[in-house]
Design a binder for this molecule. Structure first.
Ligand code: 3PG
Length: 401
């Protein structure tokens, strides 16, 4: 992008593909980290006199027109507040509102267009359909800047097809994210400890596969831990369990033993007969049990106190830590203790710490931690995992090509 700025962008229509896919609760943004992360690129372009068109997806709408619950309007408002400037908003993506909004932009002004996924062409698996949508998007702009790191693993029209149709560059956020993650794929300082949480083990299998040859310790938490505990032979009650992944998990546990990678599982958990009330946050009714004593009618919702201590001790001497995924249902205060303990352990260590993933990044901020105290907080969940897996990411390949 610096080259682009040096060439001059005054009066040029610059399409910035951002990832403004922020968590919302009844129309209110609960964590604006992704908007703040792309702000430097937008601000720099606007300062240089570009007419900036910001585009993103939000959530997973059906792709058949506007769905108010997935509108980018709250994100546009927040971006305006952060920039301290009026940000125009188009109520469609390539229709008359977008065309008029872009045509009305003065040099240095910013507009946000509506959720790209309101058009089926954005996410289509059909190259021609995606290409046709990218053609329409290309008409809005003169230059493309890719800065939506959280979406670079998606082969979507605005991520993959559009940059092939316009002069293009990567923004500051993508440059920073790739710079940090590249370090983790090269020779890392050891011990290298990885903490993996989140709901589904199936989302993490490929990265575990890769990390078994790279990390010194892998600590498992969150919903995915129960598939591991089950694979170990424990009963897990009504906890999240992906039975179809048990065999793969067993084979990973065996490989970890063979390769000397320490695979650490919860030794105690917080269990309850019901999922907590995330809206009203009424106190939860839970008990602490050892991981091999989960009652048949209960589900595990957070790692227990012994596990928190154990994980903290496994993180204490680390020189590099990568953390992806909350280890409990942190959205409820009674089940936030495990995720808080992991975040604190990262801060207490002298390691270079990378927090990856929309959820864990939002968690550290929502739980009140100073994000600047971590080495790097990635805006990409799936994207950072796929980068570490060594996959070619369509949105990065498109910017290199
Ligand atoms: C994310 O939240 O990981 C990115 O914004 C990508 O969203 P997606 O998983 O819906 O493609």
């Amino acid at each position: 992008i610096d080259e682009l700025l040096a060439e001059g962008v005054k009066g040029k229509r610059v399409f910035v593909r951002a990832d403004l896919n922020v968590p919302l609760a009844e129309g209110t943004i609960t964590d604006d980290g992704r908007i703040r992360a792309v702000q430097p690129t937008i601000a720099k372009l606007a300062e240089a006199g570009a007419r900036v068109i910001v585009a993103s997806h939000l959530g997973r709408p059906k792709g058949a027109g506007v769905e108010p619950a997935f509108s980018l309007a709250p994100a546009a408002t927040r971006l305006g507040e952060l920039l301290g400037a009026d940000v125009a908003f188009a109520t469609d993506t390539v229709g008359s509102s977008a065309k008029e909004t872009v045509a009305a932009l003065a040099d240095g002004q910013v507009a946000v267009i509506e959720n790209l996924r309101f058009n089926a062409g954005e996410t289509s698996k059909d190259d021609a359909e995606r290409g046709a949508f990218a053609d329409q998007l290309a008409e809005l702009a003169d230059i493309y800047v890719g800065d939506g790191f959280g979406a670079v693993h998606r082969k979507h029209a605005s991520v993959f097809d559009l940059p092939a149709r316009l002069p293009q560059a990567a923004g500051y956020l993508i440059a920073t994210e790739v710079g940090v993650l590249k370090k983790l794929t090269a020779e890392v300082e050891r011990p290298y400890v990885v903490v993996l949480g989140g709901a589904k083990v199936s989302d993490k299998l490929a990265v575990i596969d890769e990390l078994l040859g790279k990390a010194d310790r892998i600590l498992i938490g969150g919903g995915m831990a129960y598939t591991f505990l089950y694979a170990k032979g424990y009963e897990v009650g009504i906890s999240l369990l992906q039975k179809d992944q048990v065999e793969v998990v067993k084979e990973y546990m065996k490989r970890a033993e063979e390769t000397g990678v320490e695979l650490v599982l919860p030794v105690d958990v917080l269990v309850s007969a019901e999922f907590p009330d995330l809206k009203g946050k009424t106190p939860a009714d839970f008990t602490v049990v050892d991981a091999d004593k989960i009652p048949a009618d209960k589900e595990g919702l957070d790692i227990g106190p012994k596990t928190r201590e154990l994980y903290a001790s496994k993180i204490a001497d680390a020189k590099t830590v990568f953390w992806n995924g909350p280890v409990g249902v942190f959205e409820h205060p009674d089940y936030a203790g495990g995720t808080t303990a992991v975040a604190q352990a990262l801060l207490d260590s002298s390691a270079f710490t990378v927090v990856g993933g929309g959820d864990s990044a939002a968690a550290v901020r929502i739980l009140g931690f100073d994000e600047n105290a971590f080495g790097h907080i990635s805006t990409g969940g799936g994207a950072s995992l796929e980068y570490l897996e060594g996959k070619t990411l369509p949105g990065l390949a498109a910017l290199e090509g």
